[in-house]
Design a protein. Structure first.
Length: 182
């Protein structure tokens, strides 16, 4: 039986995104007492403070999905040395209007994959800055910066080379979520 619901937020909209493939393989590593649910950010309108008095229904639904979770895992690419605009928009939408943030106190995990040698290190640091302001405790160790290689994810599963590393990350995140939901 599931005790913990984890929201998975992928910062890429691309159909065959490496980060989406990674997220799908990642959720298979969680123990039975955890249920993972993808939270789609593609339909969110651009944040506009003028909408704070009449929040769009897609944003209301998005915030409800977040609030129903005991943890959130962000799986993000790196665009121009930062997080994708669509992910920043999702952070802003769910944190506004001021004082109604859906992110508050939900334990976060951050991973990311890229074809570059520094992977998503800078994007993850930018994301950590925003999550600190949003009052989301964030797993600090182990860090998870993945460099994509052919065969890293095959048939929805991590390769043997990557599986043990990712299982270690999931185990640490699971313990972190339990600690923050006592």
């Amino acid at each position: 039986m599931s005790r913990f619901k984890i929201g998975i937020v992928v910062g890429s909209l691309r159909k065959d995104s490496f980060n989406k493939q990674t997220a799908h393989a990642l959720i298979k590593l969680f123990p039975q007492e955890f249920t993972c649910q993808f939270i789609d950010i593609s339909a969110l309108p651009l944040y506009n403070q003028d909408d704070d008095s009449h929040t769009p229904s897609s944003v209301v639904d998005f915030k409800q999905q977040i609030k129903a979770c005991q943890g959130i895992v962000f799986v993000t690419p790196e665009y121009n040395r930062s997080i994708p605009g669509v992910l920043k928009n999702a952070l802003d939408q769910a944190s506004r209007p001021y004082g109604t943030s859906a992110w508050n106190e939900i334990p976060a995990g951050i991973i990311g994959v890229s074809i570059g040698n520094i992977s998503t290190a800078i994007a993850q640091q930018h994301l950590r800055n925003s999550l600190a302001f949003l009052n989301m405790p964030t797993l600090n160790q182990p860090e998870c910066y993945l460099k994509w290689y052919d065969g890293m994810v095959d048939n929805g599963q991590f390769s043997e080379k990557t599986a043990a590393f990712m299982q270690n990350w999931v185990d640490a995140y699971v313990a972190f979520v339990k600690q923050n939901n006592q």
